[in-house]
Design a protein around this ligand. Structure first.
Ligand SMILES: [Zn+2]
Length: 251
């Protein structure tokens, strides 16, 4: 079994980003996430600001990989969980609060029971960097409450949609009780639906520098996820074969 420490550090607001990892040359255009299907307006990548540089704190051990899934829960989430259970590896799910509806409660309870991390991805997939202070607070607070209502525990970890953040956003998040802002270092770009082979390649190419721990961005919602489901067992097998430890990202 994997060892997962779920206890978030409550006293230090840890800013986690692995965008600073050597060799990571993503531009914001390339790291853009696909908005959830429930949001009718598809923002162009040009309209999304580049994220502010944030302090890089290596919170996961060397040669570790943290699988993360954004934009759920959705009809695909249980199938993702099937694979994770089969492979006996943990992951972090950054959920959209408005999608935590009663029909998804069993899925979230299953996540929690499996030892998965459940964290916030805002209430409506909002660009927090362009939102008012009140909106930022509501987006984060309502999502944490929605998670707490199902699992009994509020989350202290969030991922800003599009990676769009700022010192103001982080300060407001801290006011709402969040201790960790988690971005990512490897973008599978599954939201672009490039095919399972390309998703696998994107998800593993950064493993050429195996001493760098990293966080892998994937999606369990926001669009059709069959390609992600097809690529996921191969991605997990790759990291197992290369001696990686699977961890969670909001430690
Ligand atoms: Zn997202």
């Amino acid at each position: 079994m994997y060892a997962v420490t779920m206890k978030a550090r409550a006293t230090v607001f840890t800013l986690l980003s692995i965008l600073a990892i050597a060799g990571c040359t993503h531009t914001q255009d390339k790291t853009e996430e696909h908005p959830p299907v429930t949001i009718p307006t598809v923002e162009s990548s040009q309209s999304v600001p580049s994220p502010e540089p944030v302090t890089h704190v290596t919170a996961i051990p060397a040669k570790s990989i943290a699988l993360t899934f954004d934009d759920g829960p959705s009809e695909y989430t249980d199938r993702i969980l099937d694979i994770l259970e089969e492979e006996d590896v943990p992951a972090t799910f950054f959920v959209i609060g408005s999608q935590v509806t009663p029909d998804q409660y069993p899925t979230l309870k299953r996540m929690s029971g499996d030892g998965m991390e459940i964290a916030a991805h805002t209430w409506s997939h909002a660009d927090l960097s362009h939102s008012s202070d009140n909106t930022v607070k509501n987006e984060l607070d309502k999502t944490s409450e929605a998670i707490k209502q199902v699992t009994g525990d509020p989350t202290t970890c969030y991922r800003p949609p599009y990676g769009a953040t700022s010192p103001r956003v982080r300060s407001l998040a801290e006011d709402q009780g969040y201790t960790t802002e988690q971005l990512w270092g490897i973008d599978s770009e599954d939201w672009q639906l490039p095919g399972a082979d390309k998703i696998f390649k994107n998800a593993t190419q950064s493993a050429d520098t195996p001493e760098s721990p990293s966080v892998l961005l994937m999606h369990d919602g926001g669009g059709p996820r069959e390609q992600t489901l097809e690529a996921l067992p191969r991605i997990i097998q790759y990291y197992k074969d290369h001696g990686y430890t699977f961890t969670v990202s909001c430690l």
